[in-house]
Design a protein around this ligand. Structure first.
Ligand code: GUN
Ligand code: FE
Length: 462
């Protein structure tokens, strides 16, 4: 066990920050086995037991642990061109940029490794500890992604793409049979990789990834649905992403996107769907009753969709939801950017709803989402959707980032960091209201400079 003692802040409830000060936290094989105030009898007995190891970490006055972020939707090969090419509607953008980049990654495995190593490094630096990845078509490149994620000490769901229909002659799978055989090979190789590791060190897992309806036949979708049930594997895709994509599905299948998924048996509790922007009013309750998770990708939706995911309604309906960067449809790898975009987007939705409808009352939420709720979605929301914990409770995985909001020396006027704690010039303890204020200021204006450490499954990565 490795005890550590410090403040933590997490949002296990959607609308309230939970702040724990001066606690003792103990982990065993990456799992939290003890968490209570340092001066409680149970903590004291651990601290006074001579056989307990020395604390491996003791936090400072202005530092707190926050659960790591989860990115529920990221196209790993597209990191190659992230930050460029956002000048087209989705269906053209895929032809022009996405398929080409993925084909390049599949044909140059040295490049794949370079891109994936760099991606993992940047994820760590950004506080993202768990990702549901879309890879490319090739089994080998996806195994490289899995190896890089595992080696970096990050958690990852690795999604080898399935697409038996493709507009690009050199990038696609030639038949449904070949596509299903290829994903079976991938699952077997992932089983081999994972079973070679001790159980508490297993950080990667495969996820079935039919790209989206336009690249998958009905036979492929039902084949994947069968594999998912037989092998207990999760499934992810894109659903109701944009107007051009939905029109494509309607004109070629004569159905709405969600109907295709439903008929294939792929709207269940193992399914993660990204975007879900243009949806009929009753779809939220259907998704909720089926246990489907949605990945909200606000930045990408702003570029490609004519609408945004209805986050307020989803939270109120208790739908499972997390955030996604959607690299490279979204240009930023940062989940902090996604959180801020989610809040801004919700405010714009509320503004549009009220157009001409007078001023908003202070206590009226309407369609807005606040910063604490966005923090919940980024941490606990995404993790819960993937069957993990995402906050600090006994029995949950210890995946944490250490955030420093102010330097203690700031009080003495050295002005080292951004967030001055004006009320505490006398050096007394920071109370809960003050902590909430400091965390909010960090949420608005903090960045990687505030991140002083990261742990996944109890192991320190930085
Ligand atoms: N829909 C199908 N494929 C993709 C992709 O690669 N990116 C985005 N944003 N949407 C998609
Ligand atoms: Fe995407």
């Amino acid at each position: 066990p490795s005890p550590s003692s410090l403040s933590s802040s997490s949002s296990p409830s959607k609308s309230q920050l939970q702040i724990r000060k001066s606690h003792l936290l103990v982990t065993s094989q990456g799992i939290i086995t003890h968490l209570s105030p340092s001066d409680s009898p149970s903590s004291q007995s651990i601290l006074s037991d001579p056989s307990s190891p020395a604390p491996i970490f003791v936090g400072g006055k202005y530092e707190f642990f926050l659960p790591t972020y989860t990115d529920l939707h990221l196209h790993a090969p597209q990191y190659l061109y992230a930050g460029t090419g956002l000048d087209m509607p989705l269906m053209q953008w895929l032809d022009q940029y996405a398929y080409r980049a993925e084909e390049k990654i599949d044909s140059d495995l040295l490049l794949a490794r370079r891109v994936y190593e760099r991606l993992c490094l940047r994820l760590k630096q950004g506080g993202t500890g768990c990702v549901s990845f879309f890879g490319s078509l090739g089994v080998d490149s996806n195994m490289i992604l899995a190896e890089c994620v595992q080696k970096a000490g990050l958690r990852g769901f690795i999604g080898k793409l399935s697409m038996d229909q493709s507009p690009r002659p050199t990038y696609g799978e030639p038949s449904t049979e070949v596509s299903l055989a290829s994903v079976t090979t991938f699952l077997d190789r992932m089983d081999e990789l994972v079973s070679s590791l001790p159980p508490h060190e297993r950080l990667v897992e495969p996820i079935l990834t039919p790209r989206f309806v336009p690249t998958c036949s009905d036979e492929l979708l039902s084949g994947l649905s069968k594999i998912s049930k037989e092998r207990g594997v999760r499934v992810q895709s894109h659903m109701c992403e944009s107007a051009d994509q939905m029109a494509w599905v309607e004109s070629t299948r004569g159905k709405r996107d969600e109907e295709v998924w439903d008929e294939a048996g792929l709207l269940g509790d193992k399914t993660l769907q990204a975007h879900v922007t243009t949806l009929p009013p009753d779809l939220i309750s259907v998704l909720k009753s089926r246990g489907v998770t949605c990945a909200h990708c606000p930045l990408s939706n702003a570029y490609f969709s004519d609408a945004q995911f209805p986050l307020r309604e989803a939270l109120d309906a208790e739908l499972k939801v997390g955030l996604g960067s959607d690299i490279a449809g979204g240009y930023s790898l940062s989940i902090e950017t996604s959180m801020r975009q989610a809040v801004v987007t919700a405010r714009l939705r509320e503004g549009a709803r009220r157009e001409g409808g007078g001023a908003v009352k202070v206590d009226e939420k309407g369609l807005r989402v606040d910063w604490v709720e966005s923090l919940y979605v980024a941490t606990r929301g995404g993790k819960m959707a993937m069957g993990l914990g995402g906050c600090f409770e006994i029995g949950m995985e210890f995946d944490a980032q250490l955030i420093q909001v102010a330097d203690e020396k700031t009080d003495e006027g050295t002005g080292k960091l951004d967030f001055f704690d004006l009320a505490n010039e006398e050096g007394e303890d920071v109370d809960d209201a003050r902590w909430t204020e400091l965390v909010e200021r960090w949420w608005c204006n903090g960045d990687d400079r505030n991140r002083k450490g990261m742990w996944i499954q109890g192991k320190r990565l930085s």
